[in-house]
Design a protein around this ligand. Structure first.
Ligand code: SF4
Ligand code: SF4
Length: 478
């Protein structure tokens, strides 16, 4: 699995006997040791891969499905609109995001306190895409772990060039699709598809964003892999805070396994025959027999690998299994602990606050879109004076189900009698979550500076100013 290290002693030793002083993915000089995890068959793998396919459909297909004219899921951060299964939350405010993020974090903490790193092994896109897709393709194109290692170490002959090219072309295509889907979650998939049909220069920002993201996915899923979990992922670092001795972990039963084969006379041996199969299959390269480690992503590969050995030896399965530290010590595992109660209570408190916020929030969110015709019209008043007209579509959104009445007030007192605001809504009454209505600004061209005026408007509800917005008025440069 791991490349041999560079010192003479290390070249002669079992490469699966890991150095206790350093990471399994680092050699004596601190260089990365590339891993070639072996494949394994078993019920845990079958369950996980079935779940990976389910998640990949959710991650990659969901935003491309439309319901009631909108994507099933869209997180439009630019227009502050979130759509879930045909329902759109408009004018999403920072407090909403804060409540969603905090309640989610505490919910993850709650799940971790009960089930350990179940997210890492079963749900994280990093694991899902690498285990469920990229490694499968790699195995298909380059062969099993031994062949992949030999190929990497071998010279750049025709076979190596062809196999590597095929693999990286497929990886690139998948990374591009994942990046486009990611942008589809934000901009809407039809918009992304429309942009991708045009010259990249027409949507340069999005084009650069998609290319950068594709490159990140390609680098991470194709090469960086377990290094992200070990080095970069903050969630992995927080395990010790989130878990306790009752949390479910993938663990080796030391009492049953030790002393392992080769260390004592045969009759004193435990059940571990020191075959290293659990190490060979581990995607982060660790030896689970050394106890719970930060690098373990609870992927269950070692459970299947060891169960297969136990089956062949006609010994009970479960030398490596889902367990807790208390169970391994012979004590009962508490399913509900003070830690998990605290986490779930905080999470529920924030979810309640979120629900109350959504049902009672009365703030209106205004957006002005300039009309499709010329940016302004000049009206001759017939008395030697002219009036400039700017036409916009005013989109007003709000959360909750109540009707709201608002006023627009010009902030600058000297402009109040110089600008006329004309709407067909009198008063400005909003009885739907989203209302679009035309609005006209009529004014004397003399108030413009270089043909422009950033007009500041107060939005007033129940006599109170709830927000201030800027409307860019334009006219002929004087
Ligand atoms: S797979 Fe099982 S028997 Fe083999 S080394 Fe690991 S724990 Fe021991
Ligand atoms: S120790 Fe086992 S569960 Fe943990 S990452 Fe390695 S194979 Fe997966």
């Amino acid at each position: 699995m791991a490349e041999e290290n560079t010192t003479v002693q290390e070249k002669t030793k079992n490469i699966f006997e890991l150095d206790p002083e350093r990471l399994a993915t680092t050699d004596a000089h601190g260089n990365r040791v590339y891993l070639y995890p072996e494949d394994v068959k078993g019920p845990w793998k079958d369950r996980r891969h079935l779940f990976y396919w389910f998640l990949m459909v959710i991650y990659l297909v969901t935003p491309w499905i439309y319901h009631k004219g909108k994507p099933l899921v869209q997180i439009d951060i630019f227009n502050r609109e979130f759509t879930f299964f045909g329902n759109t939350l408009h004018g999403v405010e920072p407090i909403f995001m804060f409540l969603v993020v905090i309640s989610s974090l505490f919910f993850i903490a709650f799940m971790t306190s009960l089930f350990g790193r179940v997210w890492c092994g079963w749900g994280c896109p990093q694991t899902v895409f690498i285990q469920g897709l990229f490694l499968k393709i790699e195995k298909l194109v380059e062969g099993n772990a031994r062949k992949r290692r030999d190929l990497d170490r071998g010279p750049w002959n025709a076979e190596k060039i062809i196999r590597k090219s095929i693999k990286w072309i497929i990886f690139t295509a998948i990374s591009l699709h994942i990046a486009h889907t990611f942008f589809g979650y934000i901009l809407g998939p039809r918009e992304v598809l429309r942009m991708s049909m045009h010259n990249p220069g027409d949507n340069m920002g999005v084009f650069i964003g998609v290319m950068i993201l594709s490159g990140i996915f390609l680098f991470d899923f194709g090469w960086f892999r377990e290094q992200f979990c070990i080095i970069a992922c903050p969630y992995g670092r927080m395990q010790s805070v989130l878990m306790d001795e009752n949390s479910l972990i993938v663990a080796y039963d030391q009492k049953r396994g030790e002393p392992r084969r080769g260390q004592v006379p045969r009759e004193q041996e435990g059940d571990c025959i020191n075959c290293y199969n659990c190490v060979k299959v581990c995607p982060t390269g660790i030896d689970i027999r050394r106890g719970t480690q930060l690098e373990c992503i609870a992927c269950t590969m070692c459970i299947d690998a060891c169960d297969n050995i136990m089956e062949k030896l006609k010994r009970p399965k479960g030398l490596i299994r889902y367990s807790s530290e208390n169970e391994l010590k012979g004590q009962t595992r508490k399913k509900i602990t003070p830690r998990s109660v605290i986490y779930v209570t905080i999470s529920l408190a924030f979810i309640t606050a979120l629900t109350v916020f959504l049902s009672t929030s009365s703030n209106l969110n205004f957006q002005f879109y300039r009309g499709a015709e010329a940016p302004f019209q000049i009206v001759d008043n017939g008395n030697g004076t002219k009036t400039i007209v700017n036409h916009f579509t005013m989109k007003v959104t709000h959360q909750g189900s109540e009707t709201h009445i608002a006023e627009l007030e010009i902030v600058e007192p000297t402009l109040k009698d110089k600008i006329q605001i004309v709407t067909i809504l009198k008063p400005l009454k909003f009885d739907k979550p989203e209302v679009k209505t035309p609005i006209f600004f009529k004014f004397d061209p003399k108030i413009l500076v270089n043909g422009k005026l950033p007009l500041m408007l107060n939005v007033k509800q129940d006599g109170k100013v709830t927000s201030t917005l800027e409307v860019p008025l334009v006219g002929p440069a004087q």
